[in-house]
Design a binder for this molecule. Structure first.
Ligand code: G6P
Length: 369
């Protein structure tokens, strides 16, 4: 193990730091001059995507959060309605099938029992346009779908998923653009702009990883808390959800995530000096609204930890800690904003001395119901 871990203390830390390479490998198809093509998803993808009128994403855990981010992208750019559903709910619910739906199952392992069963259920209802986004090429889920995209994160050992998640997002970015292109909604100039951002992504992630020492300091203050609240808006709401999940999984600190606009409808009642509030605050069109949500937290004595980026302009003050991400990254910003949250939970777990790679009661892949 020591040899494989190299300079890292845990697989989770190693896997967090492998993200630039994992993303570069996953995006190799568009490296150099490669453009967006349905072919990235299999030889028959052009035919399967043609006439798709909606998208249904089925998954569990961290993979489900990747689907939630993708909903914002696909609806905004490819203009297709998207539903994202937890696989264990979908498989037992009476739903309304539509053969023009692209069913996307997303799974790191490709072996999660609920996701596999949900896929089989969708197929049994007559939905044959199926796509797997998966990190394991020969897995059960990949064998069941018409189309596939294999993320190239490499083996993920840590139970808490990190590099699989960001490569899933990269796959969804390609899917969004491929669906937009096939629907005539991707002008050449936009395609070039998105391709440039995707090609630069590994470098952008690398810069975010350099923030580790600062995040480590935050984790020290954090580790003594019993509860934490994560806030985000838009495509960063699922990132807040993923941050809360990571913290629960490995540091055993109770964490909840809320869409920041919902704060006033309940969770604000919980906020006091013992409840740290983590805000994912990119410089996007929702920032001004988010800032007023943050003032509501401060007014109740809540301590704020804000992940801002280049243009966010939120001043540091008593009880308001700000960490500036190196750049604002447009559509792909969720890929960058999840990184500090992974590091925060990792370092909080280190302070607490938990078994980071094998947290209690959890399994890497849940192959039984
Ligand atoms: C388990 C793992 C999670 C993972 C989830 C779904 O709960 O601990 O990290 O997100 O399963 O796994 P999958 O392999 O389907 O992505």
């Amino acid at each position: 193990d020591a040899v494989e871990l190299g300079k890292f203390r845990h697989y989770m830390q190693k896997e967090i730091f492998e993200q630039p390479q994992a993303l570069a490998n996953t995006l190799e198809l568009i490296a150099g001059g490669g453009g967006i093509s349905p072919q990235h998803f299999g030889a028959r993808a052009g035919e399967v995507f043609e006439g798709v009128r909606r998208v249904l994403v089925l998954a569990c855990g961290t993979s489900y959060h990747a689907g939630l981010v993708a909903r914002y992208w696909i609806e905004a750019i490819a203009k297709l309605p998207v539903t994202v559903e937890i696989a264990s709910e979908y498989r037992y619910r009476e739903s309304v099938p539509d053969p023009d739906t692209l069913v996307v199952v997303i799974s790191q392992s490709g072996e999660t029992a609920d996701t596999l069963a949900a896929l089989k259920h969708a197929k049994s209802l007559g939905m044959a346009r199926t796509l797997a986004i998966c990190n394991v090429p020969e897995s059960a889920i990949v064998r069941e779908t018409a189309l596939r995209f294999i993320t190239r994160a490499g083996p993920e050992i840590g139970v808490a998923s990190t590099k699989a998640f960001t490569t899933q997002l990269a796959a969804f970015a390609l899917l969004t653009l491929a669906l937009a292109k096939i629907n005539g909604r991707l002008p050449a100039a936009d395609e070039e702009r998105h391709l440039a951002a995707l090609r630069h992504l590994p470098v952008a992630v690398q810069k975010v990883l350099e923030l580790e020492p600062e995040i480590e300091k935050w984790a020290q203050r954090f580790a003594g808390k019993e509860h934490a609240l994560f806030l985000g808006r838009g495509s960063h709401w699922p990132i807040a959800m993923e941050g809360a999940l990571k913290l629960k999984e490995i540091s055993y600190i109770h964490a909840e995530a809320y869409a920041a606009g919902e704060l006033k409808h309940g969770p604000l009642a919980l906020v006091d000096k013992d409840m740290p509030v983590i805000a994912v605050s990119p410089h996007d069109q929702l920032l001004e609204k988010l800032k007023s949500n943050l003032q509501e937290v401060r007014a109740r004595g809540g301590e704020l930890y804000v992940f801002a980026d280049a243009g966010s302009e939120i001043p540091e003050s008593e009880g308001v800690h700000i960490l500036h991400m190196p750049e604002h990254y447009g559509m792909l910003s969720p890929v960058l904003h999840v990184i500090p949250l992974q590091l925060l939970s990792y370092h909080a777990a280190l302070v607490k001395g938990t078994d980071v790679d094998k947290p209690r009661n959890l399994a890497k892949s849940v192959t039984v119901e």
